[in-house]
Write a protein that binds this ligand. Structure first.
Ligand code: B12
Ligand code: SF4
Length: 501
C-alpha cells in the first residue's frame, strides 16, 4: 500500500455547496509532501462508493474525515464504519468540532484511529510523518489517540499559528476534483458567493459554545492584506461577487476589519460575517460606515437573550446587556447595516413557571428589537446544551436530569439528530407546550417580517403572509398558526437556523 491521503467532507449542506474549507486546509498542510485527493459528500450521490473507488487502487493508506454534529456526523459514521470493515488497514483520522469535543465516543467506536483536536495544520502532517516513520505520538500537539492499553491520551495543545504563514489553500487543485464555480452559490448576497474563513478561535468563553473548549479564548486572524489577496484570486479567476465569512468572530479586530474594508471596497463585492454586539458597539462611527461602504450589508450577532441575568449565566463575556442589544440594533439603522440577531429561548430555570416566564420575556424583548429596527433579522434557537464541562450552566443542565449521548451511534439516533439541529432539545425542563409556543411565535414573527435572506418568496406572497400574521402579532396570539405555516410551506420559506446562513 502506498501512502496517499484521501480527505472526505461528509454531506453537510442541503442545497448550497460551499468550498470545503476544513479539509482544504488539511490538504494544504500536506501538499507537496504527500499525495492527496478530496471527496466532497455534498457533491457526490454515493460518497461511500466514491471512497471505495480510491481505496481499491491500493494507493491510499490514510483517510481524513472532517466532522461537525448533525447530518454530517450521520454520513461520517456510516462511511467510516463501512470503510473500516472492508479496509481495516487504512488509518482513519477525524478532525473538526465533533471529534474534538467528543473524543471518547469517537475513539471507542472502534473505527476511528486518531483525532486531531482543533487546528490540524501541523498536527496532521506530524501524525502522518510519525505513522510513516514509526515514531512516537506523545509529542504531537493537538493529537488524541489510544495507547497500547486502550487508554485515551489527550496530548497538549499547540499555540495558535500565525495564520499568514500557513501554506496557501490549493484552490487550483480542488478545481481539478470539483470545478470551483460549483461552490460559488447564489445567495441573497450575490450570484457567486465565496465561503471564506479568515480567522480561527474566539477570544470569548460563552458557556454554551463548542468553540470554547477547543480554542480556550484564543483567536488568530489572517492579515487584511492576505484575506484580500485570496478573495481577489477567486474573484478574478472564477468570478466570485460576494463573500460569506465563516469565522466564528470576524470582527474581533476593528483595525483589521477597517483595513480589509479599505482593500475590498473597489471590488464591488457584498459580504457578511459574524460578530459580537459588545465588541462592535465599541467600533467608531467611521469604522461602521467604512465597513458598509465596502459592501458589508448584513452582520450576524449572537444576541442570545435580552435578560441580563441569563446573559451573565451564559457568560457572554460580561459586557453585553439587554439595553445594548436594542441600542445597537438602532445604531446600525443609520449605517444601513442589517443586524441578524440570534436568540436562544428556553434556558433552564428552577421551576416550570420561571422557564415559561423566561420564554415570554424573550418574546417581548424580540418584539422591542423589531420595534426599534424592523429590518433586524431574528433567528430563534431552543436552548441545546453542549457538554462544556465546568460551567454553571452545564451543572444546572445535568442536575435537571439531562443526559448526553454515550456512544457514537447514540449521536445519530433521530432524536439526537434533531437536537443537533436545535429543533428538539430533549431537555427535561421544557414542556411540549413551551416548545410549541417558541415555534409558533417564530412562525408568526417570520410571517410579519419575512427574512431578506430568503430569495424564493416574491413581494406579493410576502405581503399576503404579513397581513395575516400581523393580526396575531399585535394581540400576542400565537396558538396554532396553521394558516401561516401552510402558506409558508407552499411558498417554501427558508429557515436560516437549520439550513445554515
Ligand atoms: C461552514 C459551516 C457550516 C456549513 C457546512 C460546511 C461544509 N463543510 O460544507 C453549513 C452551513 C451547512 C453548516 C451547517 C451546520 N453547522 Co456548521 N459550521 C460551519 C462553520 C461556520 C465553518 C466551518 C469551516 O469551514 N471552518 C474552517 C476550517 C478551516 O476550520 P475548522 O473546521 O475548524 O478546521 C480546522 C480544525 O478543526 C481541523 N480539522 C477540521 N476538519 C479536519 C479533518 C481532518 C482530517 C483533520 C486532520 C483536521 C481537521 O483542522 C482545520 C484546520 O486547522 C463552523 C464554525 C467555524 N467557524 O469553524 C460551523 C460549525 C462547525 N457548525 C456547527 C453546527 C452546530 C452546525 C449545524 C449542526 C447546526 C447549525 N444550525 O449551524 C448545521 C448542520 C450541519 C449538517 N448538515 O451536518 C457548529 C458545531 C458545534 C458543535 N457543537 O460542535 C459550528 C462550530 C458553529 C458554532 N459555533 O456553533 N455549518
Ligand atoms: S462569542 Fe460566539 S464564537 Fe465566541 S465564545 Fe461566544 S458564542 Fe462562541
Amino acid at each position: 500500500m502506498s501512502n496517499k491521503i484521501l480527505l472526505f467532507n461528509p454531506k453537510s449542506a442541503i442545497n448550497k455547496y460551499r468550498i470545503p474549507n476544513s479539509i482544504l486546509n488539511i490538504a494544504a498542510s500536506v501538499d507537496g509532501k504527500y499525495e492527496w485527493a478530496i471527496i466532497d459528500g455534498n457533491c457526490e450521490p454515493d460518497p461511500i462508493k466514491k471512497i471505495e473507488s480510491y481505496l481499491s487502487t491500493g494507493e491510499y493508506k490514510y483517510l481524513g474525515f472532517t466532522v461537525m454534529p448533525g447530518p454530517q456526523l450521520r454520513q461520517a459514521i456510516l462511511a467510516a464504519k463501512a470503510i473500516k470493515e472492508k479496509y481495516p488497514h487504512t488509518k482513519m483520522i477525524w478532525g473538526g468540532y465533533f471529534p474534538s469535543n467528543q473524543p471518547n465516543a469517537v475513539l471507542y467506536s472502534g473505527y476511528v484511529d486518531f483525532i486531531i483536536n482543533g487546528p490540524g495544520d501541523n498536527a496532521f502532517p506530524n501524525l502522518i510523518d510519525a505513522l510513516e516513520n514509526g515514531t512516537p505520538f506523545e509529542f504531537i500537539k493537538n493529537l488524541i489517540y489510544k495507547n497500547r492499553d486502550s487508554k485515551i491520551i489527550i496530548n497538549g495543545k499547540e499555540d495558535l499559528l500565525d495564520q499568514d504563514s500557513l501554506p496557501p489553500l490549493p484552490y487550483d487543485k480542488l478545481n481539478e476534483f470539483y470545478p470551483i464555480p460549483k461552490f460559488l452559490g447564489k445567495t441573497y448576497l450575490g450570484e457567486k458567493t465565496l465561503a471564506y474563513h479568515s480567522s480561527i478561535g474566539c477570544p470569548f468563553t460563552c458557556s454554551f459554545c463548542a468553540v470554547v473548549p477547543i480554542y480556550e479564548a484564543r483567536w488568530k486572524g489572517k492579515s487584511a492584506q492576505k484575506v484580500y489577496e485570496d478573495v481577489k484570486y477567486i474573484k478574478d479567476k472564477w468570478g466570485a461577487d460576494a463573500i460569506e465569512f465563516h469565522d466564528n468572530n470576524f470582527f474581533v479586530s476593528e483595525k483589521r476589519a477597517v483595513e480589509f474594508s479599505r482593500l475590498i471596497k473597489d471590488e464591488n463585492m457584498t459580504w457578511w460575517g459574524m460578530a459580537r454586539i459588545d465588541t462592535m458597539s465599541k467600533f467608531k462611527d467611521s469604522s461602521l460606515a467604512a465597513i458598509r461602504e465596502a459592501g458589508c450589508k448584513i452582520i450576524f450577532f449572537g444576541a442570545e437573550s435580552g435578560n441580563n441575568e441569563v446573559l451573565a449565566q451564559m457568560d457572554k463575556g460580561g459586557t453585553q446587556t439587554g439595553n445594548q442589544i436594542i441600542e445597537f440594533a438602532e445604531r446600525l439603522k443609520k449605517f444601513d447595516i442589517i443586524p441578524e440577531y440570534s436568540f436562544v429561548l428556553g434556558t433552564p430555570g428552577p421551576t416550570p413557571e420561571k422557564v415559561q416566564a423566561g420564554i415570554d420575556f424573550e418574546i417581548n424583548f424580540i418584539k422591542k428589537v423589531k420595534n426599534v429596527n424592523p429590518k433586524t433579522e431574528i433567528i430563534i434557537y431552543t436552548y441545546s446544551p453542549v457538554p462544556t464541562e465546568g460551567s454553571e450552566m452545564y451543572k444546572q443542565v445535568l442536575a435537571s436530569g439531562f443526559k448526553f449521548p454515550q456512544t457514537l451511534e447514540d449521536w445519530i439516533s433521530p432524536a439526537w439528530e434533531s437536537f443537533d439541529l436545535r429543533k428538539n432539545p430533549l431537555t427535561p425542563w421544557l414542556t411540549a407546550e413551551m416548545i410549541d409556543k417558541i415555534r409558533n411565535f417564530e412562525t408568526v414573527l417570520n410571517g410579519v417580517y419575512p427574512t431578506v435572506t430568503d430569495i424564493r418568496m416574491s413581494m406579493l406572497k410576502r405581503k399576503i403572509v404579513k397581513l395575516i400574521a400581523s393580526l396575531r402579532y399585535k394581540v400576542d396570539l400565537y396558538y396554532y398558526p396553521y394558516e401561516i405555516k401552510l402558506l409558508q410551506k407552499i411558498w417554501r420559506y427558508r429557515q436560516p437556523e437549520t439550513q445554515g446562513f
